[in-house]
Every structure is written in structure tokens, then in C-alpha cells.
Design a protein around this ligand. Sequence first.
Ligand SMILES: Cc1cc2nc3c(=O)[nH]c(=O)nc-3n(C[C@H](O)[C@H](O)[C@H](O)COP(=O)(O)OP(=O)(O)OC[C@H]3O[C@@H](n4cnc5c(N)ncnc54)[C@H](O)[C@@H]3O)c2cc1C
Length: 348
Amino acid sequence: MKVLIIGSGMSGATAARLLADVGHSVMVLETREHAGGNCHDERLENGVRLHQYGPHLFHTSDEKVWNFLSRFTAWTEYRHRVVADTRLGRISIPYNLRTEQQVGRRLTDGEIRELIFVEYSAKQWGVPWEEMPAAITGRVPTRRENDDDGYFTDRFQGQPKEGYAALFSRMLEGIPIRLGMEKNAWRAEATESDLVIYTGKVDEYFGYCYGRLPYRSLRFEHTRTKERLPYAVINQCNALPWTRIYDHQWFSGENGNAGMLDTKAGTGHIAEDGSLPETIVTKEYPLAHDDTNDPYYPMPFGEGMALYQRYKALADQEPHTVFLGRLATYSYLDMWMAVAQAMVKLRA
Ligand SMILES: Cc1cc2nc3c(=O)[nH]c(=O)nc-3n(C[C@H](O)[C@H](O)[C@H](O)COP(=O)(O)OP(=O)(O)OC[C@H]3O[C@@H](n4cnc5c(N)ncnc54)[C@H](O)[C@@H]3O)c2cc1C
């Protein structure tokens, strides 16, 4: 079968590999100048691996997904930890027994919500907390009764040892991919294909016939500096206009936690002479998506969800197209979920 895949992110690349492995003739089209979608990273000349579209930290409890991706990469033992700047100071999140020590007492659920989520979410989504659906508020664990300060609790965690770009290049080995395509170029190619796998925006697929779905975008303000952040990611749960600030050097090490800059253990970032190398520190500013920026986060609640349901009804009628991924299924998928969704939908 001749298969055309639109988009080379985690969804498109997984589909391409699975279908090529069972003998189909696969071609991938991509508008960007690189494969990998938002997971893409780039090794800069100063040695920093820049996560161009925001920090990507891999985690899953799905062994099938882990084994699949492990065909294309070895992993570091990176454990992601996040702190937040709040009006009670810098604290460990998700809220755990260490957080209690830092603030000096046990906070109620309401206090945790106020302190960590309300302002942050309003900035992230441009919507007041009270209007957030459980699908989003429920993603963030609010309280742990232990001192585990790891951000994820999944069985399998780590970063691709040679980065995401290398992982994607191995995943797509032997599969033709055309980069830098015009966004409608696939339409002509699709007529020659037996099956289309579409991972772009679902509203764009249908020519915005019902109007535009809302998405959130991001603006990344990168600074090249020798002033390392003491933590991989610091969320800004306050009135500052950026939601988080992060230091890319941490993401390729073993541990995204505090204090590691003082020791040589586990970081791999301190030069022989004890000096700290240059890094890239990024501030992330959320904003509404329009034609001048990228759609990073679908908003599958309220009017966004109602509009998506109308597009989904159209998508369900498309006989030769499978819709996959964050943009085409308008859902908040982590990397492992994008892989799992492709496996399930393609029955692989
Ligand atoms: C800031 C941020 C941080 C994240 N952090 C994490 C994390 O820490 N851990 C985690 O597990 N997940 C994380 N994610 C989620 C992760 O990025 C997604 O799970 C993953 O990228 C989904 O892959 P995808 O292929 O569905 O979508 P995408 O990565 O968006 O890929 C879609 C691709 O299709 C291309 N495309 C679109 N339209 C067309 C067209 N018309 N023609 C040709 N090509 C087209 C796009 O250019 C893009 O390359 C994060 C996401 C964001 C935005």
C-alpha cells in the first residue's frame, strides 16, 4: 500500500516506522526544515542541546512504547524535577513533604491550588482557573504524602542519550521525507496514495470550514549565558509575564535537581577546571495562536471542544485518512501517548 504521512513529529514518525516495518511504501511530508515536530532539539556549537520548542522530558509506564523507542536510542537516567517561585518562596512541585518543609507547615488543598496553579494556569491558557476543565486541572497532581520530588512517577524515564534529533533520524531511516513543504502540498500527493496519515491541524485539513479552533502558542526568549540556573525548570507561579524559565544544559544530564551544580556527581556539565560552561536559558511566554506562530497546545474544553466535535464528525467520514497526534485529534498528548495512539489506531 502507498501511504502518505503529513508531519514528522512523534505521531507521524511512529506511524511511518510501523507501516514501513510491515512492508508498506511510505513517504513523509513536513513543512519545517527538520523532522521531529516539537520534540526536535539541536546541538549548538557551544555544546548545548537546545530544545527548540520547549523542554521535552520523556516518561512512560507503557513498556511497549518504551521498547519501541528504545530501538532508536539509549537513554540517560535523567529524573525531572521542577521548582516553583511563589509568594511563599521557591518550592518543590508537585506538592510533597519537602514542600511542607520549605513553607514550614502543611497547606490545605485550597492553598496549594491558589499558590501553585491559579496564576500559572491563567497565564498558560489565557483563561481563569475556574473555567479550566478537569481534563487539564486533573493533569497536575496536587498533593503527595511522601517526599518524592520527581515531577513524573512513571516506570520508565530518561532522555535520549544523543538527543531527540538523533532518535528521529534513526526512526525514519530508509523512509523518504520531504522537508520545507508548502502546507497544502500534501493535497495533490494524497490523490496518488492509498492511505493518508494526517498529523497537522484538523481545522486546517478541512479548510477551516467551521472556523478556527483555538490553540495556545508560545514565544521563547533565549539567552546565551554562563549564569547557570540552579534548577532545570523554574515555574513562575506569580504575576511575571513568563510561565517558566529553564536551563537547557540540565536536560541532557542525569538529574534536573537543585544543588547539583556544586558537585561533579551526575551532571556531566562541569569542566575539568571546575568552571561552568555556557548554557542557554529560556523564558517561555504563552500567547494566543494565529498565523504568525505555531499551535502548541490544543484547548479541548468549552467552545474549543464543541467546535472540535464538529470537525471530528467530518474526520470520522474520511475514508482514506487516519488522524493522529496532538493537532489532528485536538488532544493534550504527551510523547508516549502520541506513540501509543499511533500503535492503537494502526493496530501495530
Ligand atoms: C512546550 C511543550 C513542551 C512539551 N513537553 C513535553 C514533555 O516534557 N514530555 C512529553 O512527553 N511531551 C511533551 N510535550 C508534548 C509533545 O510535544 C507531543 O506529545 C508530541 O510533539 C506530539 O507529536 P505530534 O507528532 O502529534 O505533533 P507535533 O510535534 O506538533 O508534530 C506535527 C508535525 O506536523 C507538521 N505539519 C503540520 N501541518 C503540516 C502540513 N500541512 N504539511 C506538512 N507538515 C505539517 C508540523 O510542522 C510538525 O512537525 C510538550 C509539548 C510542548 C508544546
